[in-house]
Design a binder for this molecule. Structure first.
Ligand SMILES: [Zn+2]
Length: 85
């Protein structure tokens, strides 16, 4: 039994390391000089900390706001989720 658990731990750790490496590679890719949303230059401070940025701070915030899912644990959240279908 412990062999199975040990093997599972190795597989899970390898998958985690692979996922982290893929995210790090994606974040290291060059982004855009100008925002894909508004066309304005992406803030130098933003590009310094996130070279893969393709949107300015404002436009990225709007995208994240649009994509935010309401909690399905409240009636209002469930109604909003159902309305999006
Ligand atoms: Zn923008």
């Amino acid at each position: 039994m412990s062999d199975v658990v040990d093997h599972a731990s190795v597989v899970i750790e390898a998958a985690r390391e692979d996922a982290v490496a893929r995210v790090q590679a994606a974040l290291a890719q060059a982004g855009e000089a100008d925002c894909l949303g508004c066309g304005e230059a992406i803030e130098p401070e933003r590009r310094a900390v996130l070279p893969s940025a393709v949107r300015c701070h404002h436009c990225q915030g709007e995208v994240e706001k649009r994509n935010r899912r309401p909690p399905a644990t409240t009636l209002a959240g469930v109604i909003e989720l159902m309305a999006r279908r």
